[in-house]
Design a protein around this ligand. Structure first.
Ligand SMILES: Cc1cc2nc3c(=O)[nH]c(=O)nc-3n(C[C@H](O)[C@H](O)[C@H](O)COP(=O)(O)O)c2cc1C
Length: 433
C-alpha cells in the first residue's frame, strides 16, 4: 500500500490503569468513574483530528481481579458518549452494544439518539459478547455461531426500526399544521427466530446519514458478518502476518459480496507503552505486569485451546503436535485461533509463548518503545497491507497517551500519513477515503 490517509481511533478507556499501572502517583485512578478523564481524552483526540473515540463495553463483572486492579469496572457507554457529544464538535463517538443481550428496540433508539445529539457522529461497535448471560436470564452463553445468527437478525431489526420513522416524515409545518407525514411512519411487523417486534421506533432518523457499523470477532462467521455489513473492523492482530491474513481475507470476502472493499476499514488495536527511551518504556511495561499471575495465563490458555502447560518446562518447544482436537465452545474463537496459529507458525518455547500478547494481553499489536518506534511500526504495518489505520490503546502510564498525542500523531501528519484537518463533520465522512 502506498502513502495513504490512515483512519485512527482512540480507545476511550484509561488503559494505563491496568496491571499495576493504577498504583502510580499520577494515574488518576480516583477519576475512573468521572467524566473528566474521558472528556480530556476525547478533546485531545479531536484536537489531533482523529476519526473517533471508541468505547468498548462488557455486561458482567468478575470480582476476583478487583482485589488488585480495576478489571472490567465500567460506565455505560451511551451515557458517557452523550456527555462527550455535548462538549465536542467533530470527533466520532463509537459505542459498543451487544446483540446477544440488549433488545434491538433499545439499541436502535440509543444509537439514533446519540446520532441526533452529536449531529451525525455516532457509530455502533456491534459485539456478540463473551460473557454476561447470567445477567440477562440465560444459563449459558449461546455458541458463537448462533450468536452471529442472532446478531444478523438483531441488526436487521435495528435497521428496519431506523427506517420505520424516517427523517423525511418530519414536516414541522406550523401553518397547516402538520408535525409529521404519518403515511411515511410504519410498523415493521418483524417476526423471526429471535425477535418479534412491531415498531415503529419512537425516535426519528436524523438528517446526518448512516451510522457506521464496527465489528470485532474474526472467526469464519465473524468475518462473513463483517464483510457483509461492517464499515470498520476492530481487529486483534498481534503480529504483521495475522494482520495481512485478516485484511486480505476481509477484502476478498467483501468483494465477493459486491461491496467496495475500500468501504471496509481494518483497524487493529494498538497497545502503546511509550517513553522517551526504549529502556524506560521496557521498564514501564515490566512494572505494569510485574505481578501478573502465571496461573491465570495457564488457565486462559487451557480455556482457549485446551492445552495445559502447567507440566511443561519453560524451554520446551511447542508445535502443532501439542494442539489436540478441541471442540468445546469457547468465549472467543478469534483469540483461540490466534494462539493456535502462532504455535503452528512459530514453534515457540513455552517461556516465550507465555509472554505473547495472545496470552497475557488482548492479542493486540504491541509497541513498547519510543514515539518513533510506534511511528515506524505503524508505517511498516500499513505499508505491508496489514491495516488501514488502528485504534490506539495507550497503556502502562499516562505518559503513553501524552506521547501519542504530542509525538506520534504529529509525525504521522508531517509524513503525510494522516489528515491535518477534518474534511467533513460526520463519522461516516471521517471514515471515507
Ligand atoms: C478485538 C476484539 C474486541 C472485542 N471487544 C468486545 C467488547 O468490547 N465487548 C464484548 O462484549 N465483546 C467483545 N469482543 C467479543 C466479540 O464480540 C465476539 O463475541 C467474540 O470474539 C466471539 O466471536 P468469534 O467467534 O468471531 O471469535 C471482542 C472481540 C475482539 C476480537
Amino acid at each position: 500500500m502506498s502513502q495513504t490517509n490512515l483512519h485512527i481511533g482512540l480507545a476511550l478507556v484509561m488503559g494505563w490503569l491496568s496491571g499495576n499501572g493504577w498504583r502510580r502517583d499520577d494515574s488518576q485512578v480516583e477519576q475512573l468513574f468521572n467524566l473528566q478523564p474521558y472528556l480530556d481524552l476525547a478533546r485531545q483526540a479531536e484536537h489531533a483530528k482523529l476519526d473517533f473515540v471508541f468505547r468498548p463495553d462488557t455486561l458482567f463483572l468478575k470480582t476476583e481481579p478487583l482485589n488488585t486492579e480495576p478489571g472490567f469496572s465500567n460506565l455505560d457507554p451511551f451515557i458517557l458518549l452523550s456527555a462527550i457529544a455535548s462538549q465536542t464538535q467533530h470527533i466520532g463517538l463509537v459505542a459498543t452494544a451487544s446483540t446477544t443481550f440488549l433488545p434491538p428496540y433499545v439499541v436502535a433508539r440509543q444509537l439514533q439518539s446519540l446520532h441526533w445529539l452529536s449531529q451525525g457522529r455516532a457509530g455502533w461497535n456491534l459485539v456478540t459478547a463473551i460473557d454476561g448471560q447470567q445477567n440477562f436470564g440465560e444459563n449459558q452463553l449461546l455458541p458463537s455461531k448462533q450468536r452471529y445468527q442472532k446478531a444478523q437478525e438483531h441488526l436487521e431489526v435495528v435497521q428496519k426500526l431506523w427506517q420505520s420513522y424516517p427523517n423525511s416524515s418530519l414536516k414541522l409545518d406550523k401553518e397547516t399544521p402538520q408535525f409529521a407525514d404519518v403515511e411515511q411512519i410504519h410498523p415493521i411487523q418483524h417476526t423471526g427466530e429471535y425477535f418479534n417486534i412491531t415498531g415503529p421506533l419512537s425516535t426519528p432518523t436524523t438528517p446526518f446519514g448512516d451510522i457506521p457499523l464496527f465489528q470485532a470477532g474474526a472467526s469464519n462467521e465473524g468475518r462473513a458478518f463483517a464483510a457483509s455489513v461492517a464499515n470498520a473492523v476492530f481487529a486483534a492482530t498481534p503480529d504483521l502476518e495475522a494482520g495481512i491474513e485478516l485484511r486480505n481475507d476481509l477484502i476478498q470476502r467483501a468483494a465477493k459480496q459486491g461491496r467496495d472493499p475500500n468501504a471496509l476499514k481494518v483497524l487493529p488495536g494498538l497497545s502503546l507503552y511509550l517513553a522517551e527511551t526504549r529502556e524506560a518504556a521496557a521498564q514501564v511495561y515490566q512494572e505494569t505486569h510485574a505481578d501478573s499471575d502465571l496461573e491465570k495465563r495457564y488457565a486462559y490458555i487451557e480455556e482457549a485451546i485446551g492445552l495445559d502447560l502447567r507440566h511443561y518446562n519453560n524451554g520446551d518447544i511447542l508445535t502443532e503436535a501439542d494442539l489436540t482436537e478441541f471442540d468445546r465452545p469457547v468465549r472467543s474463537r478469534t483469540h483461540s485461533n490466534l494462539m493456535r496459529q502462532y504455535i503452528i507458525r512459530e514453534r515457540p518455547s513455552v517461556y516465550s509463548f507465555l509472554q505473547r500478547p495472545e496470552v497475557c494481553g488482548s492479542s493486540h499489536w504491541l509497541v513498547i518503545g519510543t514515539a518513533q518506534d510506534a511511528v515506524d511500526s505503524i508505517i511498516e504495518r500499513v505499508s505491508a497491507g496489514a491495516a488501514d489505520g488502528f485504534i490506539a490503546i495507550p497503556g502502562g502510564h499516562i505518559q503513553s497517551a501524552q506521547l501519542f498525542f504530542e509525538k506520534v500523531i504529529p509525525a504521522l501528519v508531517e509524513q503525510g500519513w494522516f489528515r491535518e484537518e477534518y474534511q467533513g463533520n460526520t463519522l461516516a465522512e471521517h471514515l471515507l477515503g
